[in-house]
Structure formats: structure tokens, C-alpha cells
Design a binder for this molecule. Structure first.
Ligand SMILES: [Mn+2]
Length: 362
């Protein structure tokens, strides 16, 4: 019964009125009794679950809560592995556009349609990434310079940023579980941040059970190159999707690197379109690589190409598919280390996010 032994996560730091997970940044408010109890647990660890319940007066449900939030752990060397997907969002920071903070557990239980912004921090996004680590923070901070939506009554909430489990495998598992959970729910998720490898993982589990859905990829590049690592990544993930997931059509819009010849079996399922109304399916997931847009508006990308899309025209064009069911969206590849001036690229990406929010609201 060795695997029943519990420890307080080595990442947990006791503060005055709360505890903090130093690895993930998550903060949990707690009263002084709970704080003392957890300190005592750490002094006496490891302890069997039954002992924690009997001698420390914690209910089994309370112990489960502490495990699902990564506060109590079975393996000190892998302390974030047991955090459940509903608890993977860090919420201690500001929100996009001053929006209200959403609570995933309670909002998923509602029946009303909502729109949810979910942040993806760079270290969680890919095994190989070259995007500045501050990128998500810059986007969120700049959004509050653009507009304050806190006074408006709208059904858009910010659910926080996916925490960093410090293990690539767990990060991909969470992306996949979070994607599946939200894409099937009453919340239409807009994932923002990270590189384009994110999209594969977000859709991984969802596409296994879903049919008649199309992916609309807004991008300068086709992302059907050869994989350079163990995991799907930004330059090749579309190849992985059409090779692994059956019955998926990808529609690519904004493409400018059409010269390369690719040896790819299912190339007929990856269509370059010039008109958004060419999409046949009624259910669509939208993936936006911000390098699709004009480099003058968004210089902050890793692989820029000239002659990008005009942002305003794109936000008008997208209304051509307003009659379709949009299950979710991601906005990726913003790279703050290549931004200029007063972060003009971040402002432009936030403008696109705002336009998408406004469009999905109606
Ligand atoms: Mn891309």
C-alpha cells in the first residue's frame, strides 16, 4: 500500500493567509486552521490517506480536493501529475479586457452558451518553441490598454492561464483534456498564446470522437513540413492531424508559402481557399496564426512573410461563416521578443481577439 502514502507537494509554500504552489503560481486562500493542519501534515509525512482522515480530521472529499489541486501528492518527484483538468487554470492574475473571471466548474454546469478566454503560456505549448516567455503576459496586459469591458454585460469570461506542470507530457495531456472538455461544452473557448503546436494537442482527444467538423486555419504557412521532434510541432502539425485523425478537412486561408512541394498522402484534405464561404462543413474550429496578417500590423512573429491579410477586412470576411457553428478558436504565434515600439503587435493581436469576441457574441 506504499502508493497510498501522501506528501504535501514540495512546491507548496505556506504564506500568511494562503498557500502558494511555487511551480504553477496557483494561490489557494485558506483559514489558519487549514494552514496549521497542512504544516503538521508536512512534519509527519508521508501519511496514509486513512491516517490523514482519522488523525487530522479531514474528510475523504477534502483529501481528494487537495490531491486534485496538487497540494497533497503521492509522488514527490512528479508533484503536478494528479491535478485534475478543471483545476489546471491559474487565476490569480488580471483578466483580458478587465473581463469577469470565470469559474470552470460552475460555468460548465450551466446550460447557457458562453465564450471563454483561456491563456496558454509558452512553456506549456510545445516541446521546441522559440517564442518569448513573456508573450502571453504582454497580450493580456496590453488588452487592458485597448478597452475595458468590465462595465458591459456580456457573456464572455476569462478563465485564466493553463498552468505549467513542468513536465511536457503532462502539459500535452492537459491541453488535450482541456480542449476536449471545452469544445464539447456550453463554453466556446478562445485559446490565446503559445505556438502553433498547441492546436494539435488542444484538438487531439476531441477529434477522436467528433465527425463532420472542419478546421479553418488562418495562416501564412501551411504547417505540413516534417516533424523535427517526438511531438507534433508548429511547422508540421497539420500533417499530423490529417495523418492521424480520419475524416477531417482542413481549410487554409491567408497562405503565402505555396511553393514548396510536399510528399503527403492526404493532401487532398488540406484545401487552400480564397473565400471563407467555400467551407462545406457546418461545424468549424478556427485556428489563427497571427503571421497570417500584415507584418506592418503584427511584426511580432517568428516567421514573417509579406503581403499579409488586412485585419479589418478579415473581421468583415469572417461574418461569411456566421451561419456555421463555431466550436472554438485559438490565436497563436504572437512573439513578444520581436514586437516593436509600445508593443504594437500585441495591440493588433488583441484587436483581432476583440473582433472575434464581438463576432461570436452575435
Ligand atoms: Mn502556423
Amino acid at each position: 500500500m506504499n502508493n497510498d502514502l501522501l506528501y504535501v507537494s514540495p512546491y507548496i509554500i505556506f504564506q500568511e493567509t494562503n498557500i502558494k504552489n511555487s511551480a504553477t503560481g496557483n494561490v489557494f486562500e485558506c483559514n489558519s486552521e487549514t494552514l496549521e493542519l497542512l504544516k503538521m501534515l508536512r512534519e509527519h509525512e508521508p501519511l496514509a490517506t486513512s491516517k490523514v482522515c482519522d488523525s487530522f480530521g479531514l474528510s475523504f472529499d477534502a483529501v481528494t480536493y487537495l490531491i486534485e489541486n496538487g497540494i497533497l501528492v503521492h509522488d514527490k518527484n512528479d508533484p503536478n501529475a494528479e491535478i485534475s483538468v478543471e483545476n489546471t487554470l491559474v487565476t490569480e492574475y488580471d483578466t483580458f479586457f478587465g473581463l469577469g473571471r470565470g469559474n470552470l466548474t460552475s460555468d460548465l454546469a450551466k446550460n447557457e452558451r458562453m465564450i471563454g478566454i483561456i491563456g496558454i503560456d509558452v512553456p506549456t505549448s510545445s516541446s521546441i518553441y522559440n517564442i518569448g516567455k513573456k508573450s502571453y503576459n504582454v497580450l493580456r496586459d496590453k488588452s487592458n490598454d485597448l478597452i475595458d469591458l468590465s462595465m458591459y454585460s456580456i457573456s464572455v469570461k476569462d478563465y485564466g492561464v493553463l498552468l505549467n506542470p513542468l513536465m511536457q507530457d503532462i502539459s500535452f495531456k492537459w491541453l488535450s483534456e482541456l480542449g476536449n472538455l471545452l469544445l464539447e461544452s456550453n463554453i466556446v473557448p478562445i485559446f490565446i498564446g503559445g505556438d502553433h503546436g498547441v492546436t494539435y494537442h488542444l484538438l487531439d482527444k476531441y477529434l477522436d470522437d467528433t465527425t463532420s467538423i472542419a478546421i479553418l486555419q488562418i495562416d501564412a504557412h501551411r504547417d505540413i513540413g516534417f516533424r523535427r521532434s517526438k511531438y507534433p510541432e508548429h511547422g508540421s502539425f497539420i500533417r499530423d492531424i490529417v495523418n492521424v485523425k480520419r475524416n477531417i478537412n482542413v481549410y487554409q486561408y491567408g497562405i503565402r508559402d505555396t511553393d514548396s512541394e510536399y510528399n503527403l498522402d492526404n493532401i487532398d484534405r488540406i484545401n487552400i481557399i480564397k473565400n471563407l464561404s467555400d467551407i462545406e462543413e457546418d461545424k468549424i474550429y478556427i485556428s489563427i496564426d497571427v503571421d497570417a496578417f500584415s507584418y506592418a500590423d503584427i511584426p511580432a512573429v517568428s516567421y514573417p512573410l509579406p503581403n499579409g491579410l488586412d485585419m479589418k477586412k478579415f473581421l468583415e470576411d469572417i461574418t461569411k461563416i456566421s451561419n456555421k457553428r463555431i466550436v472554438g478558436c485559438d490565436i497563436v504565434e504572437y512573439n513578444s521578443q520581436f514586437d516593436v515600439g509600445n508593443m504594437v503587435g500585441a495591440i493588433a493581436v488583441d484587436y483581432i481577439l476583440l473582433g472575434i469576441l464581438r463576432w461570436l457574441q452575435n
